[in-house]
Design a protein around this ligand. Structure first.
Ligand code: RAM
Length: 360
């Protein structure tokens, strides 16, 4: 049976029976059949860098949270790239960054809809694995972007920057701002978020350097990428630790809420705040003296690279193995690193001298 007829039969089966049952029934056979009858390089496990870029594909974007301006920018970048490549874009996703069950069911929905590829920012490293593996068995290419799952649960991860660079530079930025002295705290997103947790591990490692001996990390708080919870967590940190000198918030939602709290409090300019924010969210707080410097990558470029990676995978130009290269349009050539990681590049540090040059 041809791959397309199998997919149609499976989609019909999924519609007629329970999704899980249908996908299990279709999973094993589809992959085997594709490998033997499509002849495409990727399905044989070999990349063909010269394969034509397929058009007419559908790529589903599944961010951690749909109403988060960071993901709006990222996914718009993906949409624009797909349009340029002659393929279609769709976006689904939960409203809350802690609705992991919601993310799992969106993965199943995209699988049921037989998209060609999906780009997922995982709320949790392990929770999506079964659903993502099911998608891959159904010959759907899976790219994670922004926040990864486990390497065997996706074909490739499009990373915003080196996790190590991000974690260490945030500590370095804050240390300079507080003169390498005093209590500090971290205001993170969801407690399960793969990306934030990886960065926090590098922050803790960086803090072991003797040059930070007079700095003490007193708490990691979680605002769940919810503006109100992040605001309250900041308020709570200052109540609990009145001598706090600085906060690192490695989330665009968290840093904005923390800046809003500090800016209207007696701590403005006294407690330093850095982390990962968008220039448009943070401009006001840089200009009013609440924030000195923070960093981020361009989220639209991250979304664009995720879309281009998804299309390269679906076209058989790459399979996700270390060492494979592909052309990402005007973004240039990218080579896949260890564990299927593709890195966007270096983040930008924003301060009052350069922030007005950026509009995202
Ligand atoms: C939030 C999300 C996202 C993270 C950015 C920095 O928008 O938690 O995953 O990459 O912040």
């Amino acid at each position: 049976m041809r791959k397309s007829s199998i997919r149609r039969a499976c989609a019909a089966l999924a519609a007629a029976t329970s999704l899980a049952l249908a996908l299990t029934a279709c999973g094993g056979t589809t992959k085997k059949d594709v490998a033997s009858d499509s002849g495409s390089a990727a399905s044989d496990g070999k990349a063909d860098p010269n394969a034509a870029t397929k058009k007419g594909l559908t790529v589903g974007f599944l961010p951690k949270q749909v109403n988060n301006p960071y993901f709006t920018s990222a996914d718009k970048g993906g949409e624009k790239a797909l349009k340029e490549l002659g393929s279609s874009y769709k976006e689904v996703g939960p409203n809350s960054a802690t609705d992991t069950a919601g993310q799992v069911s969106y993965v199943n929905t995209l699988t049921q809809q037989q998209v060609d590829a999906m780009a997922v920012s995982a709320q949790d490293p392990g929770a999506l694995c079964t659903a993502l593996k099911q998608a891959m068995k159904n010959d759907i290419k899976v790219v994670t972007y922004d926040s990864d799952t486990k390497p065997d649960c996706r074909n490739a991860f499009v990373s915003q920057a080196s996790a190590e660079d991000l974690g260490r530079t945030e500590v370095q930025l804050l240390a300079e701002q507080i003169g390498y002295k005093g209590e500090i705290a971290i205001l993170s997103a969801a407690q399960t978020a793969t990306n934030q947790n990886t960065w926090i591990d590098f922050m803790k490692d960086e803090l072991k350097d003797p040059k930070y001996k007079d700095m003490k990390l007193v708490k990691v708080a979680y605002g769940n990428d919810d503006a109100q919870q992040s605001f309250q967590q900041t308020q709570g940190l200052l109540q609990e630790y009145p001598n706090l000198k600085g906060i690192i918030s490695p989330t665009t939602v968290g840093i904005k809420a923390a800046a809003q709290y500090l800016s209207g409090s007696k701590y403005k300019g006294k407690v330093q705040l850095t982390g990962l924010g968008t220039p448009n969210d943070m401009r006001k707080y840089v200009n009013n003296g609440t924030v000195t410097a923070f960093e981020l990558w361009d989220p639209a470029k991250l979304g664009e690279l995720a879309a281009r990676t998804a299309v390269a995978l679906a076209s058989g130009q790459i399979t996700g193995k270390e060492g494979e290269s592909f052309k990402a349009g005007s973004m240039g050539d990218f080579t896949i690193g260890k564990d299927g990681v593709i890195s966007l590049g270096k983040p930008t540090v924003f301060n009052k001298d350069n922030i007005d040059q950026f509009n995202f």
